[in-house]
Design a protein around this ligand. Sequence first.
Ligand SMILES: [Zn+2]
Length: 355
Amino acid sequence: MHVMKIIVSIILSLLILAGISSPALSASEENASLPYLSLSEFLDEMDMDLERFIAQMKEFAQSGVYPHYLEKNAARYEAYRAEHPDIPFANVIAYVNVDLDKEHYLDVKEAQDFTESSILLNKTFFLPSFWSPDDLTEIGSRYLMRAEAAENILLMQNAITEDGLRLHIVSTYRPHERQVSLYNRGARSRGVAAADRNYARPGHSEHQTGLAVDLLHRSHGGSLTSARFENSELFTWLMQNAHEYGFILRYPEEYKEFHGYIFEPWHWRFVGVSIATAMHNEKMALYEEFYGRYITSDVLHRARELIYEHRAAIDAEAAAVLAAEEAAAQEAQKRDKTILRKDIINGNKKTDSLL
Ligand SMILES: [Zn+2]
């Protein structure tokens, strides 16, 4: 059975070498922009789950290769590192990969993964105004979220109730037009700078994805900031358990300069159970960091290349072991034949002497 597996993997790697599903990219292909590759497509192709993928990426990092290092960003990594000598280089790479080295809203780009629950939306990446999710599902009678997020918020709400706490939903899906009026009202009354700290500009709000939810421990009267939610038991509960339902705190206190908002303890984002759990296990609090390490399409292309090379190396090693085993077996067979022949000759001699 084991030998069969090795043979199959040798055949597969030979097919790959023959260019049938060539993962290796030529220099010119690498410079051209690669087709978008989503995390779920990537994991499917690699036949891996997220946990295994992260373990593999860490293995590369331990062997001295930053798997999320993109040659095209080399100069920007160096510039950002020089400006932020206190940030570990692995984080510098992740941040630059998602343009955190650029000023907010300066060089905006359309988000690539509209339908994925892993979508990154921030002060760089936006959704077009016409876009709305096609699987909005009702939560109670007032709120809408995408189906998977809705299902999970209800499961989480049940768990919270069972633990003797209450969860109040304050806001969920918000269409583009609603964000336009919210932001404009904020900008008129408080000025652009303050509005930008408190509201996303239209197209940049996670509420348009149908994956974000504002939560409070008591029914909402007055401003969210005045609720002091961060001191509540519910907030502590969420910090410990929300990942099991696929939710992450999106605007943590200690990363304000990166996400560009005030600390929003009420704003939770559905990214899926596996990503939220991985972030929790990795103790990674900023989604941009996780995204820049593991989800950016360019990073996935590079990871794919590294993994194929790595697998080819493993296969080559296995093939060498197999060849050595075969040679040893042939040698042993030859020896057996010689002994057998000697036995026959000796036997003949014995028979001769008997005669
Ligand atoms: Zn919010």
